[in-house]
Design a protein around this ligand. Structure first.
Ligand code: NAD
Ligand code: UGA
Length: 494
């Protein structure tokens, strides 16, 4: 269905989702004016600058391609909403931290605030698209808020669609250019179907039609939560098996390969790790748990809660293991984190496993030196404060015992251990012989991502521990002859 006239899209929320999705839409729909609005002036300024507010491979060139032509970033929320034919809502929906459902339900206050602004400002009938991840039946609430707040303009009608986003950070551009599917849920009415057709027409500019799925609104809202829950569940499942591998001398990477080769299971999301992070998995699984409880399904809730419980345990277990292997104390020891982002190719640290591990080590009075190619200092402190409640007030010495370095070799100098917390490719190519020489002995490596060459690190003299594999130790094998001189030095020291 062709879009009539000069079509105007407004997206409220210029975050990890709003910015990239609208940049790609603007690129492929040159006849559509796309404006991304946000309350945060610094965020909007960054989108309008040469240093975007988020690091995402390939994004800069896509933004620069369309910015100023048909892609705009602005804080003029009301003005842009008033002019728009279609408004995407892409604001954050974090886990509630107070009141009913605290700790599991999603907080949709920002979403509701945007709905009220739309109802107040829209000058003509508008399609409202939920892009944020929301509890099932949120569209119904939005529809009611929109209708109740526009009674003075009976000619203005709203159609609320659900269009959840499935991009992953670090691969957002690739995911948006060639999505596995685009999901659109809408009301089963004539006006609802017309609205769906308009949204389909936008996506059809670059997404093959057979990949654009249309459903009823509730299925669409629920599918988003279920997709994230399934992905998170696979990680918790393989991490639980990693524990069994360590107990039985099986190798979790081999088990993943063997199990994932079954086409019914598939190879994706079977990488054992220190634990999943990111702003969404924990939040969305807990949202599913809360919904199940609210609809009187405690067994369903319990089933999914275990996905999060297993992940909490994986992070704690990793830290405990570090302490245990390092002779049951890390007090006063310097630990180097390679990576702090929740995954590679992003600077995002929200819910990163690294922060949780850091907390356990700080409780034991370790000092932590971090190197990450993309993480910004202010984001690091914000995460410590918001997720873990660690601030300079609670830990007066905080900025002395946790430091973010610009160079990995500097970060590791004089440390007792390196902990690989993020799977950045560059960590595989470092000079581990040089690192070994600069560290305290025995020098430990804890590979929370199973990305290093463990045998080589062992031969250099490191004590190596990773996830779901039993590795040789110089302590267990007095006859082991580390090949490098460094290894011999290590043995002498002991
Ligand atoms: P974000 O925190 O990066 O961005 C949200 C933005 O919304 C912020 O810039 C904030 O200032 C703005 N905002 C909040 N309230 C506003 C208001 N009333 N008016 C104008 N602006 C307002 O969040 P995000 O990571 O982009 O996630 C957004 C939604 O998309 C969430 O529901 C999330 O679950 C979902 N999601 C996220 C990802 C991801 O990879 N981050 C992927 C898929 C879905
Ligand atoms: C995830 C989903 O993959 C997206 O489809 C979804 O849109 C998004 O959440 C969302 O709703 O926010 P994202 O969190 O950006 O995307 O990144 P993932 O690649 O899914 O990784 C999440 C976490 O799981 C990371 O900490 C990652 O290191 C970890 N992970 C992933 C593993 O530990 N093992 C794996 O095999 C895969």
């Amino acid at each position: 269905m062709p879009l009539e006239g000069p079509f105007k899209v407004c997206c409220v929320g210029a975050g990890y989702v709003g910015g990239p999705t609208m940049a790609v839409m603007a690129k492929f729909c040159p006849g559509v004016r796309v404006c991304v609005v946000d309350l945060s002036q610094p965020r909007v300024d960054a989108w309008n600058s040469s240093k975007l507010p988020i690091y995402e491979p390939g994004l800069q060139s896509i933004v620069e391609h369309a910015r100023g032509k048909n892609l705009f970033f602005s804080t003029e929320v009301e003005k842009e909403i008033e002019a728009a034919d279609m408004v995407f809502i892409s604001v954050d929906t974090p886990t509630k931290t107070h009141g009913v459902g605290s700790g599991s339900a999603s907080n949709v206050k920002n979403l509701e605030a945007v709905a009220r602004t739309i109802a107040r400002c829209a000058s003509s009938s508008t399609i409202v698209v939920e892009k944020s991840t929301v509890p099932v039946q949120t569209a119904d609430a939005l529809q009611k808020i929109l209708a109740a707040n526009s009674l003075d303009r009976p000619d203005v009608e709203f159609q609320v669609l659900s269009n959840p986003e499935f991009l992953a950070e670090g691969t957002a551009v690739r995911d948006l250019l060639s999505p596995s599917r685009v999901l659109i849920g809408g009301p089963e009415s004539e006006a609802g179907e017309a609205a769906i057709a308009k949204l389909v027409a936008l996506y059809a500019q670059w997404v093959p039609r057979e990949k654009i799925l249309t459903t009823n609104v509730w299925s669409s809202e629920l599918s988003k939560l279920v997709a994230n829950a399934y992905l998170a569940q696979r990680i918790s499942s393989i991490n639980s098996i990693a524990m069994l591998c360590e107990a039985t001398k099986a190798n979790v990477d081999e088990v993943s390969r063997a199990v994932g080769a079954d086409t019914r299971i598939g190879p994706h999301f079977l990488r054992a790790s220190v634990g999943f992070g990111g702003s969404c998995f924990r939040k969305d699984v807990l949202n599913l748990v809360y919904l199940s409880e609210s609809f009187g399904l405690p067994e369903v809730a319990q089933y999914w809660r275990q996905v999060v419980t297993m992940n909490e345990w994986q992070k704690e277990r990793f830290a405990r293991r570090m302490i245990n292997v390092m002779f049951n104390t890390v007090t006063g020891k310097k630990i180097t984190f390679f990576g702090f982002a929740f995954k590679k190719d992003t600077g995002d640290v929200r819910e990163t496993a690294a922060a949780y591990v850091a907390k356990y080590l700080l409780d034991e009075r370790a000092t932590i030196s971090i190197y990450d190619p993309q993480v910004q200092t202010e984001d690091l402190w914000r995460e410590f404060a918001s997720t873990l409640g660690i601030t300079e007030e609670s830990h007066p010495n905080l900025k002395n015992v946790v430091t973010l370095e610009n160079d990995p070799y500097e970060a590791a100098r004089d440390s007792h251990a390196i902990a690989v917390m993020t799977e950045w490719d560059e960590f595989k190519d470092y000079d581990y012989e040089k690192l070994f020489h600069s560290m305290q002995k025995p020098a430990f490596i804890f590979d929370g991502r199973n990305i290093l060459d463990h045998q080589r690190c062992f031969e250099l003299g490191f004590e190596v521990a990773c996830i779901g594999k039993t590795l040789p130790s110089h302590f267990d094998q007095p006859s082991t002859q580390p090949s490098a001189a460094a290894g011999a030095k290590h043995k002498r020291k002991r």
